[in-house]
Ligand binder design. Structure first.
Ligand code: HEC
Length: 179
């Protein structure tokens, strides 16, 4: 359990270090050092994808998050219609999302807890989806195409993809620290 926790901390530290986005939290969400992982070269602390490191959540653990089932269903449908073509049917995107394409842009990142999406509070995610990064990053702006409620529902669904460890840290350190 302890070793597992350190592994998770290592992943978190590695991901935060690798998060160059301006709206990443200014302080890393987890400050406890993870000596066993910190001793490894930086690349060793960053898994290729969560599926190799952390198991996806079970039905029971998703239920324990107390997310509204109606919103989950609605969000899943909105996601598969509007987002899956770029971010993958289950938010897995592509494994080399850290590499720029020929056009100099980064590909759509995973949303399943293996990239940066979970570094953001619900409010920040809402804004990112509403505004996108058209022209710069290639994420379309959804404002005017999806209602605030639809954007809210899709975020609820995205949260069902995150492994338990990621969800717990997000809940405590990111969402919980919202002023
Ligand atoms: C045309 C492809 C495309 C579609 C469709 C798309 N996205 Fe994106 N998305 C991107 C790209 C590219 C980025 C990275 C943007 C950047 O680096 O500025 C991104 C970034 C994001 C992020 C920020 C992730 C992070 O790690 O911080 C979120 C959240 C997100 N998208 C959600 C969605 C949702 C929800 C939908 C559907 C409503 C959607 N996207 C549809 C291409 C797309």
């Amino acid at each position: 359990m302890r070793a597992h926790y350190l592994l998770v901390l290592g992943i978190v530290t590695g991901l935060v270090a690798g998060c160059g986005k301006s709206d990443a939290p200014t302080t890393p969400p987890v400050t406890t050092p993870a000596p066993s992982v910190a001793a490894l070269p930086p690349s060793a602390a960053v898994p290729v994808s969560s599926s190799t490191a952390l198991p996806p959540p079970s039905r029971e653990s998703i239920a324990a998050r107390k997310l509204d089932p109606e919103k989950i269903r609605n969000g899943a449908a909105i996601y598969s219609k509007n987002c899956a073509s770029c971010h993958g049917p289950n938010g897995e995107a592509i494994s080399n999302w850290r590499e720029r394409g020929a056009d100099g842009r980064y590909p759509p990142p995973p949303l399943d807890g293996s990239a940066h999406a979970w570094h953001h509070s619900t409010a920040t995610l809402e804004r990112m989806i509403r505004e996108g990064s058209p022209g710069v990053g290639g994420m379309p702006a959804w404002s005017g195409k999806l209602s605030d409620q639809e954007i809210g529902d899709v975020i609820v669904w995205i949260k069902t993809l995150w492994p338990d460890e990621i969800y717990d840290i997000w809940h405590k350190e990111i969402e919980g620290n919202q002023k």
